[in-house]
Design a binder for this molecule. Structure first.
Ligand SMILES: Cc1ncc(COP(=O)(O)O)c(C=O)c1O
Length: 496
């Protein structure tokens, strides 16, 4: 049987406080320790006296106890402790709704270990954030039989999402990739045409161009936001170029105004690939709403999910109408089974859209949580030498789809890959950043695009779902710090 707790003796020092300290001092320590408790000990001997929770402090303050009085004035319920000798099976039975941390004592009543209840030992890079509403709406589709692409949820989801982006139209599709394909087709892009894309993105940005018969032309990133470098776009434009697809990578917007200016100058269309950037802001405007069209993905690891799914948003009615026809077998909306263009079955189902409507009711909350989590990460990691934290340009709101860092192997001590491997041993999942597409075997253009090659090689995404808790971020940061300390110590040993 799995024991739903971990031992955490490394954290004892962080959360131990003398009983003679003030409530204010101990509260600061509780906040820093991010476990919601402090261990009160006798100042001289270190003998354990009791657990103090943030709830105990709150109740005392409501009763009028002064924040600067001694912490011993706070009434505390009897603490649950156990002997260090307690076998795990017995220990796991001591946990309950109000008992999440158990100090383990030696025969002198000193805390020598902590048992932390945690059903989430394993921390994934991402996981969907689903709730009762999603279950209710999906169940309704099943109970009423509206399971295919006809049904009220498809239109409702499209309207909600377009409104969220600040665009007039939203046209759902079966995936982010098909949304990209549809938007290129609607522009009439095909064989002989070229489309400019960043090399540093997920493969489908380029693949969708190839599906139309056109050629993707890869451009390097700029080093601040990791997105397509506007200064390198012009040199990639030829007489065949028809469009630019900037990607808002990992949730940080690309520099849109210079891109739109270039597009204007050369009469090119702009499709924003916002598959990873729902709700991100460029100069106060939602990503997806700045170009001729914007596309989104609702794959399970995205900001919101419909299982699989995608959306094109636009203010252009002509493009919106074309996309609706193309995603539905090219069928004439006025004349059933009449097909004057080659179309596809790229429709979203009512079940997927029902999931999407449930998610849309919480999208602001999910984004807010991701930004808060990113703030916690940044606070924890900002002083570690050799780490570059995710960008957040002053003209942007990054929504941190994946909180991704760059690891300078020389300064940090090990590579991003090795850091990922060491975190895996600690049940912390990480993910490498996308390999540049110009180096992928199916493209292999032999270009040298140094900025994105470096970013890709040195990057790592950390657990980033909105569900992750502050103490889990603390645990991840703590493991990273511990890994670096051990490397630094190894280096000192070698020098001696
Ligand atoms: C930048 C980017 N574009 C396009 C897509 C394709 O979306 P989907 O997986 O829904 O087809 C993704 C998906 O991960 C993506 O990250």
């Amino acid at each position: 049987m799995q024991n739903h707790f971990t031992y955490l003796k490394e954290r004892i020092e962080d959360i131990s406080a003398g009983e003679d300290k003030s409530i204010r001092e101990v509260l600061k320590q509780i906040d820093k320790g991010a476990l919601g408790i402090a261990l009160l000990v006798e100042p001289d001997t270190g003998i354990f006296k009791s657990i103090l929770t943030d709830g105990d402090v709150r109740r005392a303050l409501i009763r009028g106890v002064d924040l600067d009085s001694a912490v011993s004035n706070v009434t505390r319920p009897k603490s649950i402790t156990a002997s260090i000798e307690t076998p795990p099976e017995k220990l796991s039975k001591l946990f309950g709704e109000a008992v999440r941390i158990i100090p383990l004592l030696d025969s002198n009543n000193r805390v020598v270990d902590l048992a932390l209840f945690d059903t989430r030992i394993y921390l994934p890079v991402s996981e969907p954030n689903l709730g009762d509403k999603e279950l209710k709406y999906v169940s309704e589709c099943i109970l009423t039989g509206w399971v295919s692409s006809a049904g009220k949820y498809v239109t409702r989801f499209e309207q909600m999402f377009a409104e969220f982006c600040g665009t007039e139209f939203g046209i759902s599709s079966s995936s982010g990739t098909t949304a990209l394909h549809l938007s290129l087709l609607a522009l009439g892009i095909g064989p002989g045409d070229e489309v400019i894309v960043p090399s540093f993105t997920f493969i489908s940005t380029a693949n969708a161009v190839v599906y139309t018969g056109a050629t993707p032309v890869f451009v390097d990133s700029e080093s601040t936001t990791w997105n397509i470098d506007p200064q390198k776009i012009e040199q990639a434009i030829t007489s065949r170029t028809k469009a630019i697809i900037p990607v808002h990578i990992y949730g940080h917007p690309a520099e849109m105004f210079p891109i739109l200016e270039i597009a204007d100058k050369y009469n090119l269309a702009v499709i924003e690939d916002a598959a990873e950037a729902h709700g991100a802001l460029y100069e106060g405007r939602k990503t997806g709403s700045l170009g001729d069209m914007g596309i989104f993905s609702f794959y399970g690891n995205k900001i919101i999910t419909t299982g699989e799914g995608g959306m094109v948003v636009t203010d252009n009615k002509e493009l919106a109408d074309k996309i609706r026809i193309l995603r539905d077998h090219g069928m004439d909306p006025q004349k059933r089974y009449h097909h004057s263009v080659l179309g596809y079955n790229y429709r979203m189902t009512n079940i997927q859209a029902a999931l999407g409507v449930g998610q849309m009711e919480r999208i602001d909350q999910i984004i807010e949580q991701k930004c808060t989590n990113a703030f916690f990460y940044t606070e924890e990691l900002k002083n570690i030498p050799g780490l570059t934290l995710p960008p957040n340009a002053k003209w942007a709101r990054n929504i941190y789809w994946l909180y991704s860092i760059l690891v300078d192997e020389k300064e940090f001590g090990i590579s991003a890959v090795e850091l990922g491997e060491r975190l895996k041993i600690k049940s912390i999942e990480t993910r490498p950043l996308f390999p540049p597409i110009h180096q992928q075997p199916i493209y292999d253009t032999k270009q040298i695009l140094p900025v994105c090659e470096k970013i890709s090689k040195s990057g790592l995404s950390l657990p980033s779902s909105a569900n992750i808790r502050k103490n889990e971020i603390h645990r991840i940061a703590w493991e990273i710090k511990k890994i670096q300390k051990s490397i630094a110590n190894d280096r000192c040993d070698t020098l001696l």
